[in-house]
Design a protein around this ligand. Structure first.
Ligand code: FAD
Ligand code: DHB
Length: 392
């Protein structure tokens, strides 16, 4: 099979890239190892920056998000028994939207399928070949048959555990990593919202986060050991832990309900540079990971492919490598800003067993300053809502 762009992975990065290329009249084939149902039901992120929302709206994918997502104009930081509001819209003129990643994926898949896009699920043994030639090739197995794609470019959108990053020449690639000694225990609960805005809480027992999915389903997280076994956590134990960490003197209380999903995610910061070598380019989690505290992972993936689709358009329309040549540097500017912000939020809100009393005091002082100083609040708000995506 011959196509212009072979995209490895049907996560947010791969599907959005394929959609954007289609709108520009550029052909692509997307290969995904998992089944459609698995892709559409994996529970991950929930917060969309305004840039992601604008991109979905401008490319005709915003209808369900506008109907079912919830726009939030602020977030709360909770510590010392009190909640403090950061007014995102007043400080930045922008807002965030809570709409689950798997709903975005359903919308993207429906749009690609409606346009007869080449989107192949349950492929196996994907191999990238001839990446330093003018005609890279992708080999894979699908429905019991060996297949091959000849293309102009291969785009690795296959997440942190994919194969694309490893296909970058080792001598060229520089990886930057930080592993955190904690993870997040996430639950989905049938209950009304406990708050009309997200609450990020710091407590001596550890971090907790109250988020939402819909008027009847809530998403909550608390800091845990990264190797924690969810089987060891009864519903009562989970509620006791969340109530302790969210204790407050203002009469606010947690609304409980039936917990129908429990999972643990580890946390790391990771960046690989550069994000392009010849005709192989990386986007999203295949090139960078952030701890989830800043809600950046999905949004960075969208920002990458927004740049990349424009770089590819410039290549095909003007026969110019200019934007492909600058893609890695352009994307990494936003990536490193998000890396710093996510690392900073994580450190400010999580506790470590080896924290000294001195470090605990510094952490509380930083939180107090962050909710008191308009400049500090603006720094948080600007980073949280994200800067506008670079459009044509
Ligand atoms: P992915 O979504 O990982 O998509 C990559 C796709 O490639 C997958 O569908 C995978 O099956 C496929 N693939 C892998 N290898 C191959 C191969 N060899 N061939 C073909 N296909 C392949 N971010 C937040 O902001 N908040 C959160 O709460 C949050 N929770 C998360 C929980 C988990 C368990 C994980 C893993 C991530 C979470 N993230 C969160 C991060 C966010 O979901 C990611 O940043 C986002 O999914 C990145 O999109 P992506 O398209 O780059 O990669
Ligand atoms: C959610 C996830 C995040 O990582 C975050 O910072 C806020 C909300 C969520 O899943 O709703």
């Amino acid at each position: 099979m011959r196509t212009q762009i072979a995209i490895i992975g049907a996560g947010p990065a791969g599907l959005m890239l394929s959609h954007l290329l289609h709108l520009q009249g550029i052909e692509s084939v997307v290969l995904e190892t998992r089944g459609q149902q698995a892709v559409e039901s994996t529970i991950r992120a929930g917060v969309l920056e305004q840039g992601t929302v604008d991109l979905l709206n401008q490319t005709g994918l915003g209808e369900r998000m506008r109907a079912e997502g919830a726009q939030h104009h602020g977030i709360r930081l909770a510590f010392g028994g009190q909640q403090h509001r950061i007014d995102l819209t007043e400080l930045t003129d922008r807002a965030i939207t809570v709409y689950a990643q798997h709903e975005v994926l359903k919308d993207l898949i429906a749009a690609r399928q409606a346009a007869n896009g080449q989107l192949h699920f349950e492929v196996e043994q994907v191999e990238l070949k001839a990446l330093d030639s003018e005609r890279p090739q992708v080999y894979y197995r699908h429905q019991g048959e060996q297949r091959r794609i000849d293309c102009d470019f291969v785009i690795g959108c296959d997440g942190f555990h994919g194969i694309s990053r490893a296909a970058m020449p080792g001598g060229l690639r520089q990886d930057y990593t930080r592993i955190y000694p904690f993870g997040w225990f996430g639950i989905l609960v049938e209950a009304p919202p406990s708050s009309d805005e997200l609450i990020y809480a710091r407590h001596s027992r550890g971090f907790a986060l109250i988020s939402t999915r819909s008027p009847g389903v809530q998403r909550m997280y608390f800091q845990c050991d990264p190797t924690e076994n969810v089987e060891q956590w009864s519903d009562d134990r989970i509620w006791n832990e969340l109530e302790s960490r969210l204790e407050n003197h203002d009469g606010w209380s947690l609304k409980k309900g039936r917990i129908f999903q429990k999972n643990v995610v580890g946390m790391r910061s990771f960046v690989t540079e550069p994000m392009r070598c010849k005709r192989l380019l990386l986007a999203g989690d295949s090139a960078h990971i952030v701890p989830p505290t800043g809600a950046k992972g999905l949004n960075l993936a969208m920002a990458d492919v927004c740049l990349l689709s424009q770089a590819l358009e410039t290549f095909y329309r003007h026969k110019s490598w200019r934007r492909l040549d600058s893609y890695s540097d352009d994307a990494l500017q936003r990536v490193w800003r998000a890396e710093h912000f996510s690392w900073w939020m994580t450190n400010m809100l999580h506790t470590r067993s080896d924290d000294s009393a001195f470090q605990q005091r510094l952490q509380l002082s930083e939180l107090q300053y962050t909710v008191k100083s308009r400049s500090a609040m603006t720094v948080l708000a600007e980073n949280y809502v994200g800067s506008p995506f670079q459009m044509m």
